[in-house]
Design a protein around this ligand. Sequence first.
Ligand SMILES: O=P(O)(O)OC[C@H]1O[C@@H](O)[C@H](O)[C@@H](O)[C@@H]1O
Length: 302
Amino acid sequence: MNGQLIKELEEVGGEILPSNIRDCDEIVINQPSFTARIALWGGHLVSFTPTGQEDWLFQSENEGADNRFGRRHFGVPVCWPWFGAHDSESDYPSHGLARYFRWKLIEVGRFKNGDIKVVLRLRSEDHPLVEEMWQQPFELKLTFRLGEGFSVSLNAENMSDKPFTVSEAFHTYFRVSNNQKTLISGLGGVSYIDKIDNSGTKVQDGVVTPCDSMDRVYLNAPKLTEIHDKKLKRKFIVESKGSHSTVLWNPGEALAKMRTDIEDHEYKSFVCVETANALANSYVLEPGDSHKLKLSVSCESL
Ligand SMILES: O=P(O)(O)OC[C@H]1O[C@@H](O)[C@H](O)[C@@H](O)[C@@H]1O
């Protein structure tokens, strides 16, 4: 890796360490007010832990399968350029290709207010398999802003001469003390596709609680959602830009037991609130155009 970048990373209190995620390096940033980890594998924020608090993000104890598309994606996985199953290729992984390749660190520094900035990039030409799975050239840039809270922005550019359709998400695993007692507000009155009830359309009545065994795509969703955790006396404020869908997911007990990437009981410790453009909110990216998807997370005491 570029020596100058390593130096700049060290200047902001960061270092590159080996990780057990696909034997791929991880960026670790230690500040007086927080510690954060970003995996180059999949370009995802693995952990964000303000000093004296529990991690805001969930990680499984399970090592996951070791095959090419075996997953080990918690924290804030990046799903792009398709969300869910691929339209025609049944052997392609769900939720796109971005979380299965090594991203490159291209910039590190500070924002004006002192927040840490880390930028990663994935281009189609970085790996022959990327070009095989998605024939039209693209460039993805992920910008992490780490401070009192964190934000992640995904800038996607269509470098080809033809339009393509994108569905995408930040599939964030928020750590909670007990999914049964977690409450999500901000989605009242919004229509959603209930994927575990024959993908029927329903309308959200008030808050979502308990957060158990659910797989819902809220379409044309509001920009602000809150996750209330009474036991930890905290709420996450989840704000989105360039996103029109919010996806809520928790596997529940039965599905968790069938999955090979999490321990049986771990479904109780997270809820996925995903900043997305999915199903009817997918969009067409014209040649030369780019689109920015942004997630900002802050936390307040309850
Ligand atoms: O196992 P994966 O590919 O990370 O996906 C987990 C879940 O992610 C959610 O976003 C989907 O709506 C679910 O249908 C899916 O099961």
